[in-house]
Ligand binder design. Sequence first.
Ligand code: GLU
Length: 475
Amino acid sequence: MSKNQNKTGSYSFFNCIEKNFDKAARFISIEKGLLEQIKACNSVYRMHFPVKIGKEIKVIEAYRVQHSHHKLPCKGGIRYSMKVNQDEIMTLAALMTYKCAIVDVPFGGAKGGIKIDPQTISSENIEKITRRYTSELIKKNFIGPGIDVPAPDYGTGEREMSWIFDTFLSLRSGDVDALACVTGKPVSQGGVRGRKEATGLGVFYGIRELCHVKEDMYSVGLDVGLVGKKIIIQGLGNVGYHAASFFHESGAIIIALAEREGAIYNEKGLNVSKVFLHLKNNGSILNFPEAKNIENTEKALELECDILIPAALENVIHKNNANRIKAKIIGEAANGPITPEADEILDKKGVIIVPDIYLNAGGVTVSYFEWLKNLSHVRYGRMEKKFRENVNAEFLKVIETVCKKTISIKEKKMILRGPREIDLVRSGLEDTMINGFHKICDLKKSLKIENMRTAAFVLSINKIIDSYEKLGIFP
Ligand code: GLU
């Protein structure tokens, strides 16, 4: 049995992350005990509560884990899935800590999960479960704008976040900052424009940045730039769906899309919006008229392509299929899609892996923007939009006078425009992803670190050490 396997023979996901952490620790000279503190999960809340479903009382198993309190509040999504267990939620909470540090989001990592299959439960019952879960969190002080702020994750979305907010508000009425107790809310309920597509867009920005690095592209035999690159996306939830759309719009070729029921393939490229329409109308991506079906969805990961984007659940690339993966670049849109054994195999093959703790940080980055918006009680751009437009108009008038030229109405419209919330959020996200990418690459180069994942962990751990030091905890 491998070191990463527990007694039941299945993977201990937390050990996998510890392994990645230990690889990075080789590049950090600090007392071992301090590294152990960073690695450990600070608080694990495992709960069982009864919910009446139909005529029966069902006992629901759920979790909230706060991995690190080096910055507060803690932050991380809540997932609904039958695979939810303590090891998984602890690991995902740890990933949140490292992720937030990389993109300079001042939160400790957390994660929550409820062991249910939302696809087989009515929305009334999902609402009951969500509200009860929230009140359990309130009872134990595991939720609040300055304590712990949940967000969407696998199997949850805006609807669940609204219920969480509403439950929090009804039990904490009068809290003027209550909106900031959860992010990923609908815009009409205090959400921020651009949150929904943020993780997918962040994945796009990160991969686009990599594709512009000559050295890296040549090392895997590819040309510079994203246009024309052949991409496979596994998982068409919120992250995969938006990532696929942004890649498609930018001129990359989506050759395969994989879902639970199977995958579809067209070497010449799939029209992503048409596939989504087909999925909406038929409840499945299979039998899309312009593509070939692949019954065994796992086989889609092994197709010839330039970039593979796993965007669903953990451990989908493991020691048994890693050797058959033909992608030259893997972008981890999901959390933990590659096991450590597979990581080593792919590393040896020279595959560039863009790690989850950086690549899917777009979601929490925009969650941070939403949290700030909620605390400031004002929409982004509200104060400066018109002012900027007025200044731009004055500026343009001067240019027209000096140059004795009139600018066309179309050009004027473009130049005069003041920033809207969506513009500010997207540019903030783009800047964050570009900066994060270069910080990881610079560190990788300067310390001669073998791959991006280890470099990302080193960057992250160093930042956490720094904040502990500033707190005065680590001498
Ligand atoms: N669930 C997302 C993640 O894994 C977002 C977390 C958040 O926005 O707090 O990064």
